[in-house]
Design a protein around this ligand. Structure first.
Ligand code: 13P
Length: 257
């Protein structure tokens, strides 16, 4: 089995202006030690308006914190008012881009097809997409969680090569667990992440399936991270609310200590 480096990503969502964001990344960096970074890849994803400021602080202070964006548009440039392209993000030293978050699917009309186009654009600019999938409460109660997630994974990864898939991350975020304080049962999350890896294997090959990192997201906090990370197919976490508090986020990164 391939050793996958755990990946812990803070999705700050619509929080923090650029000055607040600078303080947050500085506080986080004070709380992490070199052995944390040796063990875990740490990424923060502030809003677009804070990316440049956070990038400068990361570079100046030689922080080993990766920079993530929360969305992207698939065209490189053109008459697309309000959009931000993958080459623009790559130029800011962004290394990960969250694609297809359920909030974007719900409020901004994201579909499996647009997720696929965005993920392609991210890879073409040599960054790694973090593709979000997950079922709603109705879907879970109807017993269709697995089928929903498999369909989303297949749609997002359509026409991807094995190498492309191996380099990306998939975040399983059950919608009913986001921001609710209610997490998936670790066993359920373990099962769905295994199904995701099997789906990747069916679509590509074993090497991509062993390399792709699968994250859990949904009310992750310092008290529950360990249980999720103990699951064989969970390689990290996509953290919302708790990532806004540098103490909590650092404690999540240090789950292994
Ligand atoms: P919470 O950690 O606030 O539940 O958010 C999860 C999430 O949506 C991360 O992308």
């Amino acid at each position: 089995m391939t050793d996958r480096t755990p990946l812990i990503v803070g999705n700050w969502k619509l929080h923090a202006n650029h000055l607040e964001a600078i303080q947050m990344v500085q506080k986080l960096s004070y709380r992490l030690d070199p052995d944390d970074y040796d063990r875990v890849e740490v990424v923060v994803a502030p809003p677009f308006t804070a990316l440049r400021s956070v990038q400068v602080v990361i570079e100046q202070d030689h922080m080993r914190i990766g920079l993530g964006a929360q969305d992207v548009y698939w065209e490189a440039e053109g008459a697309f008012t309000g959009e931000v392209s993958a080459p623009m993000l790559a130029k800011l030293a962004v290394d990960h881009v969250i694609v297809g978050h359920s909030e974007r699917r719900e409020h901004f009309g994201e579909t499996d097809e647009t997720v696929n186009k965005k993920a392609k654009a991210v890879i073409a600019s040599e960054m790694a997409p973090i593709i979000c999938v997950g079922e709603s409460l109705d879907q879970r109660e109807a017993g269709s969680a697995e089928q929903v997630v498999v369909t989303q994974v297949k749609g997002a990864l359509a026409r991807f090569s094995s190498d492309e898939v191996g380099a990306l991350a998939i975040a399983y975020e059950p919608i009913w667990a986001i921001g609710t304080g209610r997490t998936a049962l670790p066993d359920d999350a373990g099962l769905i992440t295994e199904i995701i890896r099997d789906t990747v294997r069916d679509m590509t090959d074993s090497s991509a399936a062993e390399s792709v990192r699968i994250l859990y997201g949904g009310s992750v906090n310092p008290g529950n991270i360990k249980e999720f990370m103990a699951k064989r197919h969970i390689d990290g976490a996509l953290v919302g609310g708790a990532s806004l508090d540098p103490d909590k986020f650092a404690a999540i990164v240090r789950y292994w200590k």
